[in-house]
Ligand binder design. Sequence first.
Ligand code: FAD
Length: 283
Amino acid sequence: MQNTTHYHQLLSLEVFPPKKEDEFESAYEVLNQMAQLHPAFISVTYGAGGSRSKKTIDIASYIQNNLHIPALAHMTCVGSKKEELLAVYGELKKANVTKVLALRGDRPKTMSDAQYESRDFAHASDMIAFLKENTDLQIAGACYPEKHPESFSLEADLQYLKLKQDMGAEFFISQMFFDNDYFYAFRDRALQKGITLPIHAGIMPITSSRQLGTTVTLSGSSIPKALADLFAKYGEEPEDMKKAGIDYCIRQILDLKQIGVDGIHLYSMNRPRTTAEIAEAIR
Ligand code: FAD
């Protein structure tokens, strides 16, 4: 068993499971390297329709049982029936995984209107209430410093976040953001709403211009001028862009650390070297 005093108390990591069966060995190798950083926990993403749950559980199991690091399995509910969630719970229990990030997920393209209208869980808070009543899982929820893209106001979004707390969530992990001021303002407003649970800041290092066009755009997070300037300066120079992106990420985390943050959840993109560089710099 790993000595918990060596844990990087501030830092947790997010990884995604391999897409193909023959990629598991290299995924385990990546995780072995991540384990050297002694994160407080490692979370594993989940496919929206529940389609990839087995891969999520296999990777979470490896983290929990082979690396002896607490695993947090993401679970989505938009395409799942109650009994399917309970079946996933059964698998998690067998794998010794006791923590989940309970998410609504996004509507899969294959889901018909009729299926969507008759879904068992409309919102993540419904799933949290269900899991709280029917399982012994420790449950986390997602939050959005710049509001969820579907929400018409941060105020409404916070109201539903409070519901996740009331239904039994134990902590929150935020969507990525690149401007800490959004996070600080969000925390203040959350506290005013009576949201007292720890909020872990979701941070993603941006190491290429391609990443900006995909992940970041999808997240809806805004790009502050300081980061946009880096792209203007280094966007055509992959090595320089990578270095500048990692440096930006480290400065962002050090600022959060100085002001005080419950945790840093690093979207690792399964990149052990970049992750190690950041973990060492913020220790
Ligand atoms: P909810 O909390 O249900 O919120 C969704 C929207 O509904 C918001 O606009 C909210 O304001 C509104 N709402 C909530 N409750 C109510 C209510 N009672 N009445 C009316 N409106 C309401 N997706 C994946 O598919 N797999 C993953 O592994 C994954 N990991 C993620 C990890 C993190 C840290 C984050 C921040 C997101 C992740 N996502 C993942 C994306 C997530 O599934 C989407 O952002 C999804 O659109 C919303 O999920 P949620 O749990 O926040 O939903």
